[in-house]
Design a protein around this ligand. Structure first.
Ligand code: FAD
Length: 381
């Protein structure tokens, strides 16, 4: 068993940090966050350096990196810029992975190169007002109409829909089949007639939007069907969600490491009762607990990524990673704020943003409760 990173992996980590230090320093992140603005230019620079193509095969403009390399990258990106990392999760990882795995040759040639270069973005529209954890209850319909499908219905909480060029939309194509057997996915351009996107207000993660999407007789060419007709639950959706859970693991780990470092830098220089607060045992304990739980999530994520790279089953491990890492990030930010006191609650502090951003991650991408159900099922319970 060898836990050492290769020279290339270390260089990759340093190179991402250097790019982010130049293009997305903390003061810019605060500015974009408060303006609810996504930095398109930085996104394209990430694309130009090849980072957005990690999950995409070389023949389609990517670098075809291992899943382990992808989570190592994602941890560094989220350490520097949580918002960019969230977009990476959705567009490059979910979108790139799913189209690479189940897309036709023509779809791969059309969609993957611009996703890898950062010229185009994909959003994923699965959740509906009546179908959240029970995603297979979705009601948005697609009905065949000549060489098109007409889509009608509504999606909710679609991250980045108004920034995306295409949506990967899950729809019901066979209402008479059992819930999971009548679902298909389509690649839907966001500029089609009948499609309306409305931004929603939310607690955190302000650099990326979250939207409602309305479909009113949206005519999508039949060749935009992604994966098998009525077979999306077993192919498109499950492969995308498993990949997403690992990237969420590294996203939460990198962000938590950042919260830890910010809190430590503040705490070592903060004095009360005539000495640094880090000399108090209760504060030391907080930092020791935080460091141990961050390292635990990091190792779980890297191990699950390694399993996937070996072609071994990793469904249980992916859910464990999603559950442990997202809960860990919330716990770490809570303790980091407690260790820093009132300063951490002020808008000038990065920790208040982290506190708001972290809260999403035990909910989005499948709640902690749903991850526990998946783990229990995999354990035969
Ligand atoms: C900011 C944000 C961004 C998002 N981005 C996207 C996106 O880009 N694309 C997309 O498709 N979706 C997205 N989502 C949706 C997200 O995946 C769902 O919110 C999530 O799956 C939970 O669904 P729900 O919110 O409807 O909660 P519900 O399903 O209503 O769950 C409410 C509570 O009930 C619990 N619960 C439900 N069923 C069970 C059960 N069987 N056993 C035990 N407990 C249960 C849940 O764990 C939760 O605690 C986003 C959500 C948010 C908030």
């Amino acid at each position: 068993m060898d836990f050492a990173l290769t020279d290339e992996q270390r260089m990759m980590q340093e190179s991402v940090r250097a790019l982010m230090a130049r293009e997305a320093p903390p003061e810019k992140i605060r500015e974009w966050d408060q303006a609810h603005e996504f930095p398109d230019e930085v996104w394209r620079k990430l694309g130009a350096q090849g980072w957005l193509g990690l999950t995409i095969p070389e023949e389609f403009g990517g670098t075809g990196a291992s899943v382990l390399d992808t989570v190592l990258f994602s941890e560094q990106l989220s350490y520097c810029a949580t918002g960019l990392s969230a977009a990476f999760q959705r567009s490059a990882c979910y979108g790139g992975t799913v189209i690479s795995r189940v897309g036709t040759q023509e779809q791969k040639e059309t969609y993957l190169p611009p996703i890898a270069s950062g010229e185009s973005m994909v959003a994923v529209a699965l959740t509906e007002p009546g179908a959240g954890s029970d995603a297979a209850a979705l009601q948005t319909r697609a009905t065949r109409d000549g060489d098109h499908y007409l889509i009608n219905g509504q999606k909710v909480y679609t991250s980045g829909a108004d920034q995306a060029d295409w949506l990967i939309v899950a729809v019901r194509t066979d209402p008479s089949a059992p819930a999971r057997e009548g679902i298909s996915t389509f690649i839907v351009p966001t500029d089609l007639d009948g499609l309306e996107i409305r931004r929603m207000d939310k607690l955190g993660n302000w650099m990326v939007s979250t939207c409602e999407v309305y479909f009113d007789d949206v005519a999508v060419p039949a060749e935009n069907l992604l994966g098998d007709l009525n077979g999306a639950w077993q192919s498109t959706l499950s492969s995308g969600l498993d990949a997403e859970r690992l990237i969420i693991g590294s996203h939460c780990t990198g962000s938590a490491q950042r919260a830890f470092d910010v809190a430590r830098d503040y705490a070592v220089s903060r004095e009360q009762f005539g000495r640094p607060i880090t000399s108090f045992q209760m504060i030391k304990q907080k930092f020791a607990d935080m460091a141990a739980s961050i390292q635990g999530a990091r190792l779980m994520t890297q191990h699950a990524a390694w399993l996937v790279d070996q072609g071994l089953p990793a469904r249980k491990e992916s859910s464990m990673v999603k559950m442990v890492a997202s809960e860990m990030w919330n716990d770490v930010v809570y303790e980091a704020m407690q260790a820093c006191g009132g300063w951490s609650y002020m808008m000038e502090s990065e920790l208040q943003r982290q506190y708001r951003d972290a809260r999403l991650y035990t909910i989005g991408g499948g709640t902690s409760e749903i991850q526990r159900l998946i783990i229990a099922k995999e354990l035969g319970l």
